[in-house]
Design a binder for this molecule. Structure first.
Ligand SMILES: NC(=O)c1ccc[n+]([C@@H]2O[C@H](COP(=O)([O-])OP(=O)(O)OC[C@H]3O[C@@H](n4cnc5c(N)ncnc54)[C@H](OP(=O)(O)O)[C@@H]3O)[C@@H](O)[C@H]2O)c1
Length: 266
């Protein structure tokens, strides 16, 4: 399928699973060249095969987003190997299932490292190349809880709020250098995100939440995301009815807080 993504180079973090994996599959169908990152090399190699990407169309780049030095080093190596980076999808992330009073500080910090510092470190490493090549598009996966606080998501919501501050600034600062920014704001999308979430002492939560299971399919969500990115939208809110909470919080805060206390956080 020929599209605005055809022949472009897109770097996707968190490509081994869920939204990132689906971004890779749909971008490959649109003839993009891909740089695939996550910690799991085997899953990325399997994805390269499933997406039907030849060696010259794809780099598999294992990367732990919580390791800043590795992010900087890896970005330098990647930029030596690809002609350009047209899209950077900062998508890797880890969720949380624990009350504030049950959450160890190490867990708060770890979530910030992966979801916030990982994304900004990689973006800062790639940005000079994007400016040098005449422009580029930075995309970041936030969440509806990047717009409001929600029970059992304290550090997760904080990390996603921080992304809005950073990438909202980038949107304005580098517009004149051809840098476009899109913040993706998903509600519940059916992926393994709740299985992979961590509890207050850092253990894997390991369950599919009922609310999560009723979410939008990842195929549909990613289609909407890529349409929004192609249109150059600053924000793309995606999801079923739960995504309306963004507008409820903004325009009817009293009602939002009455309902938020009644909605199950799992
Ligand atoms: N699904 C939803 O309902 C939903 C809603 C709002 C926002 N989001 C956001 O969407 C993004 C993708 O989540 P998902 O739903 O696709 O969940 P997922 O299936 O759990 O995927 C998470 C991805 O992040 C990667 N990752 C986690 N920790 C990492 C680390 N330290 N270094 C590098 N990569 C790491 C994982 O790869 P490895 O384990 O292989 O490293 C995996 O590829 C996240 O930012 C999440 O917060 C999801």
């Amino acid at each position: 399928m020929v599209s605005e993504y055809s022949g472009k180079w897109a770097w996707i973090t968190g490509a081994s699973s869920g939204i990132g994996r689906e971004l890779a599959l749909q971008l490959a169908r649109r003839r993009a060249n891909l740089i695939l990152s996550s910690r799991n090399r085997e899953k990325l190699l399997a994805l390269q095969q499933d997406a039907g990407l030849a060696e010259e169309q794809c780099l598999v780049v294992p990367l732990d987003m919580s390791d800043s030095a590795a992010v900087v080093r890896t970005a330098k190596e990647v930029l030596e190997r690809v002609p350009r980076v047209d899209y950077l999808f900062n998508n890797a992330g880890i969720s949380q299932r624990s009350l504030i009073r049950e959450t160890k500080e190490d867990v708060d910090r770890m979530i910030m490292e992966v979801n916030y510092f990982g994304a900004i470190t990689l973006t800062k490493a790639v940005l000079p190349r994007m400016i040098e090549q005449g422009g580029g598009h930075v995309v970041v996966t936030s969440s509806v809880v990047g717009k409001f606080g929600f029970p059992m998501r304290s550090a997760y919501a904080a990390s996603k709020h921080a992304l809005h501050g950073f990438f909202g600034t980038l949107m304005v600062e580098e517009k004149e250098h051809g840098i476009r920014v899109t913040i993706l704001v998903p509600g519940h999308i059916v992926t393994d995100v709740s299985y992979n979430a961590i509890t207050g002492n850092g253990e894997r939560y390991g369950k599919m939440d009922p609310g999560q299971a009723r979410g939008m399919t990842v195929e549909k969500a990613v289609k909407k995301m890529l349409r929004g990115v192609a249109k150059g939208k600053r924000e793309v809110v995606v999801g079923k009815a739960d995504s309306w909470s963004v507008y409820l919080r903004k325009y009817f805060p009293g009602l939002f807080f009455r309902l938020a206390g009644k909605v199950s956080p799992v």
